[in-house]
Design a protein around this ligand. Structure first.
Ligand SMILES: [Zn+2]
Length: 238
């Protein structure tokens, strides 16, 4: 996994800023995996997308990740640390073929959902979205005819089909003492980190341009160590 230099981060941020969250996840996956044909990304299994984002995250920001979630019982904001290497332990290797997994369950032939599927159901309410997603991912069979037991089997089978798609873990709330399941939104976390890094970079450009009159491209092209050294000089002189 390659790291993104300052100019690449800035350009990525600029292109992602006006986009919907799912579209942004596709953009980040394209940056993570330049070997993937751009038009194929929206149709890849979500687990492969998630793993590519975790690898991009590790390469650019390290494997230690500070995250947060709100307790669904009392609303308390809970902070916790995650290890990206641990999250990737079950993921298929980067060079594995990214075929869409399929399975047979309860008389249905199913495939794993993709970003395109999530985007198609994004505006529906949760129950309708789950039905619409299942209908999209059914290659053969009649999902509308399932009884409750069969539907639970189908939901379980879909989860097992692409386990990396849904990274969930349990959290103990320090405020109300209850346990909750939190889902990791890798794309949103990574996006927040890129936004913070870009904010810091633009501030550095501002300081160095004001002091030395250099252009933005010139400043961003400086090796990070040298840029930091000039910034220290500017700060020492102010
Ligand atoms: Zn709580």
């Amino acid at each position: 996994m390659r790291t993104l230099d300052a100019a690449e981060l800035l350009s990525l941020w600029e292109r992602g800023q006006p986009r919907h969250a799912l579209d942004r996840a596709a953009l980040l996956a394209a940056a993570a995996r330049p070997d993937w044909p751009a038009e194929s990304i929206a149709d890849l299994p979500l687990g492969a997308i998630g793993a590519s984002l975790l690898r991009l995250r590790a390469a650019n920001f390290g494997t230690h990740m500070d995250a947060h979630a709100d307790c669904r019982h009392c609303g308390q904001r809970l902070s916790f640390a995650l290890d990206v290497a641990e999250l990737l332990a079950e993921a298929p290797p980067e060079e594995a073929a990214d075929t869409v997994p399929e399975t047979e369950v309860a008389g249905l032939h199913l495939r794993a959902p993709s970003l395109r599927d999530l985007a198609a159901v994004a505006t529906l309410d949760p129950a309708d979205a789950a039905d619409a997603l299942l209908a999209r991912c059914t290659l053969a069979g009649q999902p509308a005819l399932l009884d409750e037991v069969a539907r639970a089997q189908v939901d379980e089978a879909l989860e097992a089909l692409d386990p990396q798609a849904d990274l969930a873990f349990s959290l103990n709330c320090v405020a109300c003492g209850r346990t909750d399941m939190a889902q990791l939104d890798t794309a949103a976390l990574l996006w927040d980190e890129i936004t913070a890094r870009v904010g810091a970079l633009l501030h550095e450009v501002h300081l160095l341009a004001s002091r030395y009159g250099w252009g933005e491209a010139q400043i961003l092209a400086l090796p990070a160590v040298r840029r930091a050294q000039y910034l220290a000089l500017v700060e020492a002189a102010s």
